[in-house]
Design a binder for this molecule. Structure first.
Ligand code: 3HC
Length: 689
C-alpha cells in the first residue's frame, strides 16, 4: 500500500489498482482526497499491468460529499470537476465500491465510474438542496441519464437518499455484494476488464431522458407538487432547471449550465445560511465542560405523566424507537382518550402508506396506561407533561420523589416555569431536568433541554444522547422564564400586539411574517396555541385585547375563533369584529393609530428577537448563538434559508441592528428597545454573534 496523500492510499491487487480513501469521519472530498484520487487515476492509467480500478473507502461510509467546511475559502486544485473528468475519461474500467452513504459529490464520483457495486445497506443521494445548493459536479446531468428524469427530479428536490435495492432496480448500481465489498469489487473489476475495452459511460446514455423529451410537462408537475413545501427556497427550482438542461441540452452544455447555476447558489445568502446551519445543528449537541468520561445512565423504560396532546406526543417518540413507555392519567376516561388519539395518529400515518399495519400494533403495544403514579417506580426516565401550573407540578414532583427509583431522571416538560423551583421540592434536584418538547411532540424536531442549577452532569449527558436516540435535535439551555424559545417569542408577540394596536391589521402583520418565511404569522400562531394559555377567567378585566377576546370565548382555533374566524377545516378569515375590537381598545388606551410599512412591521417583530437573543447569550442561558438559531429553525419555523435570528443579525450587520433598535427607541420612547450592552459591544468592535 502506498500513501498518495495523507487521506488516500494506492495499491495493485492482481491486476486491479485500488484507490483507498481514508478521511474520517465521513470521507468528505477534502483537498487531500481530491488530489489522491487524481494522482491514483493517473498512476493506474500509466501502469500497463493494471487492467481496472476500484475506488473504495475505509471507515463508516463511502464519500459523503464535498467537504462543506472548505466551502467558505478559495478552493485548492485539483477541483472536483477536474478530478471527475479524469475519472470519466479513464480508458480502464473503474468500479465504485460503496458502503454507508454515497452522497452529493460522493454519488457524483460514482457516476463518473463505469460500474457501481454496493453493500445491501448502502444509501445513495444528492442532498445538496439541504445546503441551498445543487450537485455541482455533474450530478444533475448524469443522475437522470441513469435513473430517469422523474426519479432524478425527486432525488434532487427532496435530497432524500434511496437504498441499495431501489438503486439496483433503477440501474444506479450494477450489483449488491454478498459479504466482502472490497474483494467482490476487485473480482467485479477483473471480470469487466476481461470482457473487452468498451465500458459504459453515463454521459453517453440518452435513453432514459427520452420520456421527458416527449413529455416535458413533468417539470411543471414537479414544480406544482413541491411549491408549498419549498416556498421561499431558491435551490429546489435551480435543481429542476439543471435537470431540464440535462434533457434539452447536449451533455457538455448541460454541465456548463449546472456549473453556472451552482456558482450562483453558492454565492447567495440562502446557501450560506444553510451551510452555517448544517454545522450549527451538529454543534448544538456538544456540551463544553462535561467530561467525556462522564457515565451515561441507561434508559430502557420511560414514564409520562399526562396523556393529553403533549404527553401522548411525547410517548409516541419513545414507542417510535422501540422504548416501552407508561402514560399516567388521573382518570380512566382521560387515559382512554389519550391512548385512543395515539392509536388514531398511527393509523392515519399507516393509511398514508408511511407505516406498516404491524408497526401500528408494535408501537401501540409499547405504550401502556395507568392511573397510578406508583406504576412508574421502575422507569429510568419520567417526564411530567401536565398543564402549566406551578402548584400542580410541584405536587407531582414531590410525589415522584417518593416513588421513582434513586437513579431515575425526573424531567418536566414545562415551557416557561422555573425548573429550579420544581426541582427543589424533591430530595434529589440533581436528578431533575427540563425536557421541553414542542407541539406536536411526535413531529417537531426540537428538544430544549433545560439544565437546572443543580442538574448533575450525567443527567445532562444522558439526556443529550437520549434526544438523538428519539431523533430530536437538542439544545441545552439554562433556566429563565420561557427559556430560549418562548422568551424570545414573547418579545415578538409583544411587538406584534402593539403594532396591531397602533394600526396595522392583524392579517397584514401575519402576511409580513409569512412572506419573511415563517409558516404562519404571530396571530395565527397565538390562535393555534390557544389565547387562554395562562389566561385566568376569574381575574380577567378586559385590560388587553387578548383578555377581551377570551372573555368573548374567542380563545383561538379550538373555539373556532380568536384573532381570526375559523371554518370547520380550521382555515382562517380576518374578522371585522376583531378589527373593531382592537380599534376600540386603542382608543380607550389613548393609542394613536396610523399606517405601517411592511419593513416597519418586520423590524418591530424581528429586531426584538435578536436583542433578546443577545441578552440570553450575555446571561449564559444559551451556550452559543448558533444554539438559538437551532431552537428557532426547529422549534418555531424560522426559515432555514435565513439561518436563524442570530445568523440573520450577522448577515444584516450588528451595527445596523443596533442602529435600528435605537431608531425605534427614539421613535417610541420605549425602553423596550434599548440594545443589549453585549450586542452593542460586539457591534462596536466589528464582531459577529
Ligand atoms: N463535509 C464536512 N464535514 C462533514 C460532512 C461534509 N460533507 N458531512 C458530515 N460532516 C461532519 C459533521 O459535521 C460531523 O462533524 P462533527 O463530528 O465534528 O460534528 C461529522 O462529519 C459526522 O456527521 P454527522 O454527525 O452528521 O454523522 P451522521 O452519522 O449522523 O451522518 C451523514 C452522516 C449522513 C454523512 C451526514 O453527516 C450528512 O448528511 N452529511 C452531509 C452530506 C452532504 O450534504 N453531502 C453533500 C455535500 S455538498 C456537495 O457534495 C457538493 C457537490 O455537489 C459539488
Amino acid at each position: 500500500m502506498v500513501a498518495v496523500t495523507d487521506q488516500v492510499d494506492y495499491n495493485v491487487e492482481q491486476t486491479i489498482a485500488v484507490i483507498t480513501i481514508n478521511n474520517p469521519p465521513v470521507n468528505a472530498l477534502s483537498h487531500g482526497v481530491r488530489e489522491g484520487i487524481y494522482k491514483g487515476i493517473e498512476t493506474a492509467s500509466r501502469d500497463d499491468s493494471v487492467t481496472g480500478i476500484v475506488i473504495y473507502c475505509e471507515g463508516r461510509t463511502f464519500i459523503a460529499g464535498a467537504d462543506i467546511s472548505e466551502f467558505g475559502s478559495a478552493p485548492k486544485e485539483p477541483h472536483l470537476p477536474a478530478v471527475l473528468t479524469l475519472l470519466d475519461q479513464s480508458t480502464k474500467p473503474v468500479v465504485a465500491a460503496v458502503h454507508g452513504t454515497a452522497l452529493g459529490g460522493g454519488l457524483e464520483t460514482t457516476l463518473c465510474c463505469n460500474y457501481r457495486v454496493a453493500t445491501a445497506d448502502a444509501k445513495f443521494g444528492l442532498p445538496e438542496v439541504h445546503l441551498g445548493l445543487l450537485p455541482g459536479a455533474g450530478g444533475t446531468q448524469r443522475l437522470p441519464r441513469v435513473v430517469g428524469v422523474e426519479k432524478a427530479l425527486s432525488m434532487v428536490t427532496s435530497g432524500a437518499p434511496i437504498g441499495a435495492d431501489e438503486a439496483l432496480e433503477s440501474g444506479l448500481i450494477d450489483m449488491i455484494v454478498k459479504s466482502d465489498l472490497r474483494a467482490e469489487a476487485i473480482a467485479f473489476a477483473i471480470a469487466k476488464s476481461s470482457q473487452g475495452a468498451s465500458h459504459p459511460r453515463v454521459r453517453d446514455n440518452q435513453e432514459k431522458l427520452q420520456s421527458a423529451v416527449e413529455s416535458p410537462e413533468i417539470f411543471a408537475q414537479v414544480r406544482k407538487m413541491i411549491a408549498r413545501k419549498t416556498r421561499g427556497f431558491l435551490a429546489p427550482e435551480y435543481n429542476i432547471r439543471c435537470i431540464e438542461a440535462a434533457v434539452s441540452q447536449p451533455f457538455d452544455e448541460g454541465i456548463k449550465t449546472e456549473g453556472k447555476l451552482f456558482m450562483e447558489l453558492m454565492a447567495g445568502p440562502q446557501s450560506r445560511a444553510q451551510q452555517y446551519f448544517f454545522f450549527a445543528e451538529r454543534q448544538a449537541s456538544k456540551v463544553a465542560g462535561i467530561d467525556k468520561n462522564t457515565p451515561d445512565l441507561p434508559i430502557s423504560k420511560v414514564g409520562v405523566i399526562g396523556g393529553g396532546l403533549m404527553g401522548g406526543g411525547i410517548a409516541m417518540n419513545m414507542a417510535n424507537v422501540g422504548i416501552p413507555v407508561t402514560i399516567v392519567e388521573t382518570n380512566q376516561a382521560a387515559l382512554d382518550r389519550g391512548l385512543g388519539i395515539i392509536r388514531k395518529n398511527y393509523e392515519n400515518t399507516a393509511s398514508k402508506g408511511r407505516l406498516r399495519a404491524e408497526d401500528v400494533e408494535t408501537r401501540c403495544g409499547l405504550i401502556s396506561g395507568s392511573l397510578e403514579m406508583e406504576s412508574l417506580a421502575d422507569c429510568d426516565l419520567i417526564i411530567e407533561a401536565v398543564f402549566e401550573n406551578m402548584a400542580v407540578k410541584k405536587d407531582i414532583f414531590s410525589r415522584l420523589d417518593q416513588i421513582a427509583k434513586p437513579e431515575a431522571i425526573l424531567a418536566s416538560n414545562t415551557s416557561a416555569l422555573d425548573l429550579n423551583e420544581i426541582a427543589n421540592v424533591t430530595s434529589r434536584p440533581e436528578s431533575v431536568i427540563g425536557l421541553h418538547f414542542f407541539s406536536p411532540a411526535n413531529v417537531m424536531k426540537l428538544l430544549e433541554i433545560v439544565r437546572g442549577e443543580k442538574t448533575a452532569d450525567p443527567v445532562i449527558k444522558t439526556c443529550m444522547a437520549f434526544a438523538k436516540r428519539i431523533k430530536k435535535v437538542a439544545t441545552l439551555v439554562g433556566v429563565c422564564p420561557g427559556f430560549v424559545g418562548n422568551r424570545i417569542l414573547f418579545m415578538r408577540q409583544h411587538q406584534a400586539n402593539l403594532v396591531a394596536l397602533e394600526g396595522a391589521p392583524v392579517e397584514k402583520v401575519d402576511q409580513v411574517l409569512f412572506d419573511f418565511g415563517f409558516p404562519m404569522g404571530a396571530f395565527q400562531m397565538a390562535d393555534l396555541a390557544g389565547l387562554d394559555l395562562g389566561w385566568d377567567k376569574e381575574k380577567s378585566n378586559s385590560e388587553t385585547v387578548r383578555d377581551r377576546l377570551c372573555e368573548q370565548d374567542r380563545r383561538g382555533q379550538k373555539t373556532g375563533a380568536g384573532f381570526y374566524d375559523y371554518d370547520e377545516k380550521r382555515r382562517p378569515t380576518p374578522s371585522s369584529l376583531v378589527a373593531d375590537l382592537i380599534k376600540d381598545h386603542a382608543e380607550k388606551s389613548g393609542v394613536t393609530r396610523r399606517e405601517f410599512s411592511d419593513e416597519e412591521i418586520l423590524d418591530r417583530c424581528v429586531l426584538p428577537m435578536i436583542n433578546e437573543g443577545a441578552k440570553i447569550l450575555d446571561e449564559g442561558i444559551a451556550m452559543r448563538a448558533s444554539d438559538i438559531d437551532v431552537v428557532y429553525v426547529y422549534g418555531y419555523g424560522w426559515p432555514i434559508y435565513r439561518g436563524g435570528p442570530m445568523h440573520y443579525a450577522n448577515s444584516i450587520g450588528l451595527g445596523k441592528v443596533v442602529e435600528k433598535l435605537r431608531h425605534y427607541q427614539d421613535k417610541t420612547g420605549d425602553d423596550f428597545w434599548t440594545p443589549s450592552p453585549y450586542l452593542v459591544d460586539l457591534a462596536e468592535n466589528g464582531k459577529k454573534f
